[in-house]
Design a protein around this ligand. Structure first.
Ligand code: LLP
Length: 439
């Protein structure tokens, strides 16, 4: 048998392909072997696919004054951060924990931007002490808090205001952020006034404009429409004497989970830079530095979640396959009814039937894939595709389930454990029975 190369769908162009025996591999390493060595459920990431995806962005931006930041919330494993830091990536963080992760993985503070609607005093302090590149401010109240903290520390806080351009990203309502109904950003019609306020506050240095309209966006137009509005604001600020040194255009580029055909990183960035260069040329001004904050498009299809079929429960109405990965391991189906592809690790011999793949958690929402035609037998190993982004990072211990292990496969096909499976001691490590209950 000759190896199968996926030419469409989420595995096209990735390191996850079938070998001559029909086994799903990552850069030649059989996922079955990984499952046997490390157990299931296990997240498996491909270094090559991750770096390829990052380089599609950095390559398209190489002749520009630009910084491609990686949005850590998509997957914050230290090894993933380290790989991207080595590539020269910047980082988009939303918490103290994410700041500490970047620093622990050897990332540079001056390449970090800090997003999020509710930064605490402690987080602002840590960010200023570390010397990050920029804080993306989402409200006037936050601006005052940052000013206060900066004055106390005798530092100057570099800030961008995150503006809400009121653009429909045409994505799932839970992951759309640029509409005026969303909690994010400062409404466009108030932005100039808040910039004026920011300029007058002590400890604040206004350096940029920030905008992020949503996630899993599969067409160019929402990005370009948002940029038009950001450039309009940039012009108005220029007229008011406020200099903007960088534009942070956020992240949000979608990936293929099923049949989606989002623009490639290169075509998105080319379209963006084209627009920006024309704008700068007409105005006779230098281009500001351009920042991006991509998460999913860098890591989404670089990871799969490998699971075992524990029990089959065929029925008259529905057939359920109970797998050992559950909503606590991959929350996306339960939370957004998200679709993830399923690939058996080995060729299947059982007759095909329509199955719902469900986890063992006590919730009807605990399903991973519904109505899939598969030839399952108990013990089969399956890969849940496109699980690199917002998989492990959104996992929990619900039902006292230890979190899964994570494995990174390097370019030579060598598998490295980058997070061990949790043990019972990890589950109860922070808990305590008070003395009075011990009597
Ligand atoms: N920048 C900001 C300010 C963000 O809020 C986000 C994502 C990103 C960048 C990165 O977006 P990306 O390039 O990954 O689309 N849990 C959801 C996705 C939530 C996205 C939240 N913000 C999911 O599983 O689909």
């Amino acid at each position: 048998m000759s190896p199968t190369v996926f030419t469409s769908g989420p595995l096209a162009g990735t390191a996850f392909q079938r070998n001559g025996e029909g086994l799903l591999c990552c850069d030649g390493q059989s996922l079955t072997e990984i499952a046997t060595t490390f157990g299931t459920p296990v997240y498996v990431y491909s270094e090559r696919t991750l770096i390829d995806a990052y380089q599609q962005f950095s390559g398209a931006a190489q002749n520009e004054n630009a910084l491609i930041c990686y949005a850590l919330k998509a997957n914050s494993n230290l090894a993933i951060i380290r790989l991207l830091a080595t590539e020269g990536a910047g980082f988009d963080i939303v918490s103290l924990g994410e700041l500490q992760r970047v620093l622990a993985a050897g990332g540079q503070a001056d390449r970090i931007v800090f997003s999020g609607v509710g930064k605490t005093r402690l987080e602002i302090m840590a960010a200023l002490q570390a010397g990050i590149k920029c804080l993306n401010v989402e409200s006037e109240a936050e601006l005052h808090l940052i000013s206060e903290v900066a004055v106390t520390l005798q530092k100057t806080a570099p800030v961008s205001l995150r503006v809400n351009p009121d653009i429909d990203a045409q994505t799932h309502p839970y992951i759309s952020t640029g509409l005026k109904d969303n909690k994010f950003g400062i409404p466009m019609d108030q932005a100039e006034a808040v910039y004026q306020r920011a300029r007058s506050l002590p400890g604040i240095s206004v350096i940029g404009i920030d905008c992020h309209i949503g996630s899993q966006i599969t067409s160019l137009s929402p990005f370009l429409d948002a940029i038009d509005r950001v450039l309009g604001l940039c012009d108005r600020l220029h007229a008011a004497g406020i200099q903007i040194h960088h534009l942070d255009l956020g992240g949000g580029l979608g990936i293929c989970y099923d049949q989606e055909a989002p623009p490639s990183p290169e075509s998105l960035l080319n379209a963006v830079f084209d627009k920006l260069h024309k704008w700068a040329e007409i105005r006779g001004r230098d281009m500001p530095e351009i920042l991006f904050e991509f998460g999913r498009a860098i890591v989404g299809n670089a990871g799969v979640l490998v699971t075992r079929v524990d029990l089959l429960k065929p029925g008259t109405h529905k057939n359920f396959a109970i797998i050992d990965a559950a909503m606590n391991d991959l929350m996306r189906p339960a939370l957004y009814e998200a679709w993830h592809g399923i690939e058996p690790l080995a060729k299947q011999n059982a007759p095909e039937q329509v199955w719902d793949l469900v986890g063992p958690v006590c919730e009807s929402g605990d399903w991973i894939a519904r109505e899939r035609r598969l030839g399952l037998v108990q013990g089969d190993l399956l890969a849940i595709l496109s699980a690199g982004a917002y998989g492990m990072s959104m996992s929990s211990n619900y039902n006292s389930r230890p979190r899964a292990a994570e494995v990174l496969v390097d370019r030579q096909g060598q598998a490295h454990l980058i997070r061990r499976r949790e043990a019972f001691s990890d589950l109860i490590g922070t808990e305590k029975i008070p003395d009075y209950l011990r009597k």
